[in-house]
Design a protein around this ligand. Structure first.
Ligand code: GRF
Length: 238
């Protein structure tokens, strides 16, 4: 069977998207699906915070939403067990963290190893953690960016699949930088998911492989990867 026939016959991948806040990356993924750029469906949007603005918008778009309120559980293990149970019920192929503000433990991560990704607003491994835009400006950096990476049980530390870069202007405020970067995130995440769902990228022994070749540096949006998740110039030359 040809690849095209196989792909057409395969069910769209099921995504569960985890959010804690406004959910704009979740919306960009939904848009990519609706526009036919990403062959997937969002099985559910799950939040650890009942007040997350993205929940209402997801429900308004007809998506299933679930709240797993961290404050209702005495410890992280209890919370993660409940979160896993809620997520497992949707039988996702991929877990997509999009502004989910918690570090997940080893039991959780192991369950979805190799199928669990996050977007972080920095050029990882630089600037892990919070408040990246302000820290980048204060350090006098001339470039900033966003990274999509596989998740491991350490904060923002998993292998990086792809990045988008922007220049830092001399007068940029953290908010201006964040806004400019966010529009790149909205391109980067759907493109990277499209690449992953095509089965061309996988995590093996903690390393990223594309078509069975080890990836030595993250794919750069616009240079190695286009908005539809196609590799440019094979994306393997790095
Ligand atoms: C994004 O900047 C993302 O990189 C970071 O949290 C923010 C979430 O924004 N992890 P949104 O909730 O997707 O609008």
């Amino acid at each position: 069977m040809s690849d095209a026939v196989e792909q057409a016959e395969e069910e769209p991948a099921r995504l569960v998207v985890l959010i804690s806040g406004r959910g704009s990356n979740c919306r960009s993924i939904l848009r990519a699906i609706e526009h036919g750029r990403l062959r997937a469906r969002i099985a559910a949007v799950v939040s650890d915070r009942p007040q997350a603005a993205g929940l209402g918008q997801a429900a308004g778009a007809g998506l299933d939403t679930v709240v797993c309120d961290r404050r209702r559980y005495p410890d992280r293990d209890g919370f993660e067990q409940a979160l896993l149970a809620a997520i497992d019920g949707f039988a996702p192929d991929w877990l997509v963290l999009a502004g989910f503000m918690r570090v997940l433990g080893a039991v959780f991560v192991d369950r979805y190893a190799g199928r669990l990704v996050n977007i972080h607003p920095s050029l990882l491994p630089a600037y892990r953690g919070l408040d990246t835009h302000r820290r980048v400006i204060e350090a006098g950096e001339r470039e900033h960016g966003a990274s999509v990476h596989f998740v491991i049980p350490r904060l923002d530390a998993g292998p990086v699949i792809s990045q988008a870069r922007i220049a830092v202007g001399p007068d940029d405020s953290p908010d201006q930088l964040a806004e400019r970067l966010l529009s790149q995130e909205h391109r980067l995440y759907p493109a990277t998911l499209a690449l992953l769902l095509n089965h061309r990228v996988e995590l093996a022994d903690g390393q990223i492989h594309i078509d069975n070749h080890r990836l030595h540096a993250p794919l750069l949006l616009g240079r190695d990867l286009d908005d539809d998740g196609h590799l440019l110039d094979d994306g393997l030359r790095h």
